[in-house]
Design a protein around this ligand. Structure first.
Ligand SMILES: Nc1ncnc2c1ncn2[C@@H]1O[C@H](COP(=O)(O)OP(=O)(O)O)[C@@H](O)[C@H]1O
Ligand SMILES: [Mg+2]
Length: 257
């Protein structure tokens, strides 16, 4: 093995804030076609919480998530993940930082079709050159919790949508990233599979201390979260902690309850 493969993960400050943004702006285009997707977002997401980001279509949810995850570059303002300011990292360092500290779950699962469930779950760890032994205990625990033990040799095409998304969640959780981002993770699932997936995300926060940020437009999905950030027109209008359904519905309608 090369030294690159065996190098330890890039360190992070031990931060109480899993992610934070100050004065975050993101514009697209220019002149007549200028679109302000984010207009000065200040946001603190504490470690160990499950946060849902909600808001109408076009309100900036995906842009915010991509900026917080280091997948998109803000036009202005700052983003820190686990105490690390992202703007101080060059492209290579940012890629390494994401690999080591950020997990992703996508609406479309994004599993590799030729690999078994087990191989898909291990893939990012192996690409990072981490020894499996370091993660074996967590692998067994996560796989058992997600009910995947007897599905490990199956390829994605042999799994239901809900099972595929559980494989994707196991993959995202395996290295205990500082934060997991999920963009509409139940968008392609029926209601039973959605409830399962949301329960597992909820459980990963409660039992593994995982920090999860989920974009969703479904009030029922947001009901699994601890906190809800509501966006409208590129700005945060509400940051609710343990909201009641009535408070959440009122916030989404642009009222205070
Ligand atoms: N690549 C892009 N180029 C131009 N405009 C974009 C791009 N991505 C997003 N936008 C615009 O930014 C705004 C916010 O988009 P987005 O973050 O995708 O909202 P949401 O996820 O809440 O639906 C929208 O007006 C959208 O049209
Ligand atoms: Mg979106």
């Amino acid at each position: 093995m090369t030294s690159l493969q065996t190098s330890p993960p890039t360190p992070v400050a031990d931060a109480a804030l899993a992610a934070s943004a100050r004065g975050l702006t993101r514009t697209y285009g220019r002149g007549d076609t200028l679109v302000s997707a984010l207009r000065g977002v200040d946001l603190d997401l504490p470690t160990g919480r499950f946060t849902a980001i909600m808001g109408p279509s076009g309100s900036g949810k995906s842009t915010l998530m991509h900026c917080l995850a280091g997948l998109d570059q803000p036009t202005g303002g700052t983003v820190s993940v686990a105490g690390q300011p992202l703007e101080s990292l060059d492209d290579d360092a940012l890629t390494r930082f994401r690999r080591d500290h950020v997990g992703f779950v996508f609406q479309a699962f994004n599993l590799l079709p030729m690999l078994t469930a087990e191989q898909n779950i291990w893939l990012p760890t192996e690409l990072a050159g981490r020894p499996r032994a370091d993660h074996r205990g967590r692998f067994d625990h996560i796989v058992a919790t997600l009910g995947l033990t007897d599905r490990l040799t199956h390829r994605p095409a042999e799994l239901s949508g809900g099972q595929q998304q559980r494989v994707a969640i196991a993959r995202a959780l395996l290295t205990a990233p500082a934060i997991v981002f999920a963009d509409e993770p139940t968008g392609n699932l029926d209601s039973t599979s959605s409830a399962e997936v949301l329960s597992f995300l909820r459980g990963s926060v409660r039992e593994l201390g995982q920090t999860v940020v989920m974009v969703t437009h479904e009030v029922d999905a947001a009901g699994y979260a601890d906190d809800v950030v509501v966006l409208a027109d590129g700005q945060v209008t509400h940051h609710l902690h343990d909201p009641s359904r009535a408070d959440l519905v009122a916030a989404l309608a642009g009222r205070s309850a």
